[in-house]
Design a protein around this ligand. Structure first.
Ligand code: NI
Length: 243
């Protein structure tokens, strides 16, 4: 079930049988010369498509996140940490007043983790300080860190996975969007590693945008296997979260 393709009476009825919802969350940022700018938002959305087929309610994708260090590359859009926290707090608050009690953010971007967890801490603090009995459970789940996905990425790519514009995330988007496969030479094949600072420093140290990844190993057929692994991880984790 998709929130965007439902009516309010349908959601009211859904709430009689489940208090849970999945919100895909990602980022809009460069992913090297071959990865799509939407990669981090598309990946959780693609996996959530499979979850919705199982009768789970999927909310709208929050597709802009924490991408300040990518701003040196055209097309990247960021929120400030304070803005993203405000967005998450307001999304959670809106759903909570209607009776949602299990809000599961399926995340595609490592840079969102600290900020979204800080937003959850704000929500819990509000509830604790108000003295209300809060039945709200929040979770940020990173699709790329599930146990099946981690095992499969390691088998397929080993150390060539890297940390940005990874062959895993690019493969997954190409599986879902086969018309968007890019064939562009990458030099060097494996991108450099190093710390992330501000946008100008980032472009100086990672000139084509990738970090540590051999993005040229991405393939649609790997993406299909990663999709199946990620969907199994997400379904298992979400069902555990609802309990
Ligand atoms: Ni990414």
């Amino acid at each position: 079930m998709k929130l965007q393709l439902s009516t309010w009476p349908e959601i009211e009825k859904y709430l009689e049988q489940s208090r849970g919802i999945v919100i895909p969350i990602g980022s809009t940022e460069q992913h090297g010369p071959t990865g799509l700018i939407g990669t981090d938002a598309l990946c959780p959305e693609i996996i959530a498509e499979g979850m919705h087929a199982e009768g789970i309610l999927i909310g709208p994708t929050l597709s802009i996140g924490m991408a300040q260090h990518h701003l040196g590359f055209p097309g990247s859009i960021t929120l400030k940490p304070s803005t993203l926290m405000a967005v998450v707090v307001d999304v959670v608050g809106s759903l909570a007043v209607q009776g949602f009690e299990r809000i599961y953010f399926l995340n595609g971007h490592g840079g969102n983790i600290a900020t979204v967890n800080a937003a959850f801490a704000e929500v819990y603090a509000e509830s604790s300080l108000s003295g209300q009995a809060g039945g709200l459970h929040l979770k940020l789940a990173n699709w790329f860190a599930g146990k099946r996905v981690t095992r499969l990425s390691r088998e397929l790519f080993g150390d060539a996975e890297g940390s940005h514009a990874t062959p895993s995330e690019i493969s997954l988007t190409w599986h879902a969007y086969p018309d968007q496969v890019r064939d562009v030479p990458l030099d060097p094949e494996r991108a450099p590693e190093g710390p992330i600072r501000d946008a100008s420093d980032y472009r100086k140290h990672f000139p084509d945008g990738r970090i540590g990844a051999e993005s040229g190993l991405a393939r649609r057929e790997h993406g299909r296997k990663l999709y199946e692994a990620a969907l199994a991880d997400a379904l298992e984790d979400y069902h555990g979260f609802l309990v």
